[in-house]
Design a protein around this ligand. Structure first.
Ligand SMILES: [Zn+2]
Length: 270
């Protein structure tokens, strides 16, 4: 059980949140009592982790089995040359602990699998899929459907990036919209893209944990880095989706997901 009460030092540290209209101390304490799971500690996950830690999420669980190589340093700005060869999750944990000693970090150097996903997700309130559209997303989607958790997903390629939140029971899941969202684009990538999308994942996770505004459900946000604009397209639940059917989610969509209790001013779309 995470402690939610803010210490005097935390009140100073998060002063800009506490004075933010629609956020305030109650919301900050809700975020402090939350745990987020991030799967993937590359460019997306390490950026999302940095922002969630800086923002005061109570606990962060970071799962990744890969090691840092030279090519990673072009996009994964959390890591340094001295980290080459180290496990990403472990190196990230050390950097994140240096950033904010008021929050807990658990790094797990392991491969996400159907066998360990329940244990990794069971005490989390939000899941961030930072595996860049890998098959691990489907494993996370199954767990999200089973536990009724929001799954914040992003992926990047070239100068583009996409973001959406899957929340079975409140919107489409990953399996519902797999054909529309699956991307098998080239591995080419301009350096800032994972940082941009990773920061957006952190923002979306914070909005969900804090209950601020409507989650990005049924909406695929696409950032076009080459022309510097966003577009959006709707994602719909699939009545034949095996994941939703397995967890009896079709036909039970609610208009207002749990935890979404207030809206930014001016009102946000969605
Ligand atoms: Zn589905």
């Amino acid at each position: 059980m995470l402690i939610s009460t803010l210490s005097p030092a935390e009140i100073t540290r998060y002063a800009r949140h506490l004075t933010l209209e629609g956020w305030g101390r109650e919301t900050q304490e809700r975020v402090k009592s939350s745990r987020a799971l991030i799967v993937g500690a590359g460019g997306l996950g390490s950026t999302a982790a940095l922002h969630l830690m800086a923002a005061g999420v109570g606990a962060l669980r970071l799962v990744d089995n890969s090691r840092i190589n030279l090519a990673d340093l072009g996009q994964q700005v959390l890591f340094r040359e001295q980290d080459l060869g180290k496990a990403k999750a472990a190196a990230a944990e050390q950097r994140l602990k240096d950033l904010n000693s008021f929050t807990l970090v658990e790094s797990m150097v392991k491969v996400l699998s159907p066998h360990n996903v329940s244990r990794l997700t069971s005490d989390c309130q939000v899941i961030v899929d930072a595996t860049n559209n890998s098959p691990a997303g489907l494993i996370l989607n199954q767990a999200a459907a089973k536990l009724h958790l929001p799954l914040v997903s992003a992926w990047v390629w070239n100068m583009d990036g996409c973001l959406t939140t899957y929340w079975p029971g409140h919107g489409p899941c990953l399996t519902c919209s797999y054909q529309e969202t699956y991307n098998s684009g080239p591995p080419a990538l301009l350096s800032p893209l994972p940082g941009i999308l990773g920061a957006l994942q952190a923002l979306e996770a914070l909005r969900i944990l804090g209950g601020l505004g409507a989650a990005l459900l049924g909406r695929l946000l696409h950032f076009h880095g080459s022309s510097f604009h966003f577009t959006e397209k709707p994602l719909k639940p699939n009545s034949r989706c095996p994941t939703c059917q397995a967890h009896s989610r079709i036909g039970q969509l609610s208009e207002k997901p749990p935890g979404i209790r207030k809206t930014c001013k001016p009102p946000m779309r969605g």
